[in-house]
Design a protein around this ligand. Sequence first.
Ligand code: 5GP
Ligand code: ZN
Length: 115
Amino acid sequence: MMTETCIFCKIIKKDLPAIIVFENEEFIVFHDKNPISELHLLLVTKKHIESLQSISINDSEWLGRMIALIPEIIIQNGCKNGFRVISNAGTNSGQEIPHLHFHIIGGNSLHKKIL
Ligand code: 5GP
Ligand code: ZN
């Protein structure tokens, strides 16, 4: 998918509205428009990367920074009793938006454990 047609690239460029709760040079966090839990955020790379299928060992540093943002995001959004992080990658996962993102879900008890 081209970055011009990518929904998340449009949100990053502020061409599409979203409820943004965090933003720095590398990443943006906004509310999922179709939440599956009380809190459902999307932590998204500003660079258009398709999924975890497209990364390698060379991406360790920024990926580390991306994951390390999660506790602060969780605290700032009042989600103190635990959460879950999911990243769909590729066809079999049902990935809808081919732009790398982590779903951060919580706010209520997450009954269905996949793994
Ligand atoms: P995926 O299946 O790619 O892991 O999940 C994509 C997620 O993006 C879905 O949970 C969907 O609700 C969310 N989403 C799709 N379009 C938009 C949009 O325009 N705005 C926001 N905020 N979320 C979206
Ligand atoms: Zn994109």
